[in-house]
Design a protein around this ligand. Structure first.
Ligand SMILES: Cc1cc2nc3c(=O)[nH]c(=O)nc-3n(C[C@H](O)[C@H](O)[C@H](O)COP(=O)(O)OP(=O)(O)OC[C@H]3O[C@@H](n4cnc5c(N)ncnc54)[C@H](O)[C@@H]3O)c2cc1C
Length: 342
């Protein structure tokens, strides 16, 4: 196998859901077999499994990591922690979630409580909280922490079945924050929360000639900044966000906290670049058409406008973005027409 093929294996397109093979999310690497997976229903059950287990143990989150990182041997144990899901406690400064809570659910819960994290969300939010923390997952922006940076305490079941609560400030807490699953099984995480804030995101397409300086300047001038570099076209799509002003906040509240799209011409200057990128993605992923979830991140760069919303609506694909909403409204309009009685 060539080095390229080993490092970047192609996706398997003929996966049979009834098969015993357990694939990673990208379906380009086998993690192990389904019969190796155990799903403890409680911490006591998990402790018992760890006490009895002989071989290696690998926790699987949403399996988004590269396959060779998650792969186990035939005699090893795979742990599905999906029973450790959802909010379990809160106080004025923090909220505790089960380790396998998907980030999307973490963000929705916090938004419902009028709170947010100080970390910038990644592009997607289907990762589990513990899986994202274990790998140091983060969004862009020099002024924000990674998700693990907002942990105040991390509850783990250790080898041998004992339970330890790692607390922020303890000397070995940083190891527990980004552990790659090597220290133990994370069953719960308490996250530091701050007040919910609304942002207005200014979107631009610019040349990449001065990207090195621009990145620092954008991060200096805006609390939230995120950029995508399309290397083939030497173009950068940049999103810079400030806290919304009173008018913007009012419009957002009046719109039932839906993303506000600002008036003005939608900018189509990236559309050709997007078409080219989609062609590359079709080839690499072997997924045809533009409807797949994998393509949404890129297609939303078409016809972009400035928008107002919360950090998760604006920066994270897990929540429906403005472009998605626009497309859905258009589709709903089309459907409504199709269903008009004669
Ligand atoms: C399409 C895509 C987009 C992505 N976007 C971003 C991004 O914007 N920013 C970014 O930083 N990363 C990004 N990533 C990387 C991704 O966030 C990480 O791979 C993350 O680990 C995935 O979380 P998971 O729940 O799938 O964990 P998994 O991949 O299943 O597991 C990751 C590691 O965590 C361990 N683990 C999982 N759960 C537990 C637990 N409860 N206790 C102990 N150990 C555990 C596993 O054993 C493994 O070692 C992206 C990946 C993909 C495929």
């Amino acid at each position: 196998m060539s080095r390229e093929a080993h490092l970047y294996p192609l996706r398997h397109t003929d996966v049979d859901p009834k098969d015993d093979v357990l694939w990673n999310w990208a379906q380009n690497a086998q993690i192990g077999s389904r019969h190796q997976v155990q799903r403890p229903a409680s911490e006591a059950e998990l402790q018992e499994l760890l006490r009895q287990s002989q071989g290696q143990i690998r926790v699987i989150g949403s399996k988004l990591s590269p396959g060779r990182m998650l792969h186990v041997s035939e005699q090893d144990l795979l742990l599905d922690l999906s029973a450790f899901n959802g909010q379990t406690a809160s106080d004025e400064q923090s909220v505790t979630f089960g380790g396998a809570t998907p980030l999307d659910q973490v963000y929705r819960t916090l938004t419902g409580m009028n709170r947010m994290l100080a970390s910038s969300p990644g592009v997607i939010a289907i990762q589990t909280l513990a899986g994202a923390m274990a790998t140091g997952t983060h969004g862009q922006g020099l002024q924000q922490s990674s998700i693990a940076g907002e942990a105040l305490s991390i509850r783990m079941v250790l080898t041998g079945g004992s339970v330890r609560e790692f607390r922020c400030g303890e000397p070995d807490f940083p190891a527990a924050q980004v552990s790659l699953g090597a220290l133990g099984v994370v069953t719960a995480v308490t996250l530091r929360t701050g007040p919910f804030r609304i942002f207005t995101c200014h979107k631009n397409a610019v040349s990449a000639d001065t990207l090195e300086q621009d990145l620092l300047r954008w991060n200096d001038e805006y609390p939230l900044s995120k950029a995508w570099w399309f290397v083939d076209d030497n173009r950068v799509h940049v999103w810079n966000a400030n806290e919304a002003n009173d008018d913007e906040r009012l419009r957002y509240e009046q719109q039932d906290r839906q993303v506000v799209e600002h008036e003005g011409q939608a900018d189509d200057s990236l559309n050709d670049t997007i078409d080219q990128t989609l062609a590359h993605m079709n080839r690499d992923t072997q997924i045809q058409g533009k409807g797949g979830k994998q393509f949404r991140t890129v297609t939303r760069f078409r016809d972009f406008t400035d928008v107002t919303g919360d950090i998760y609506q604006l920066f994270c694909r897990g929540h429906r973005g403005a472009a998605d909403q626009r497309r859905n409204r258009r589709a709903a309009g089309e459907n409504a027409c199709h269903h008009q009685p004669d």
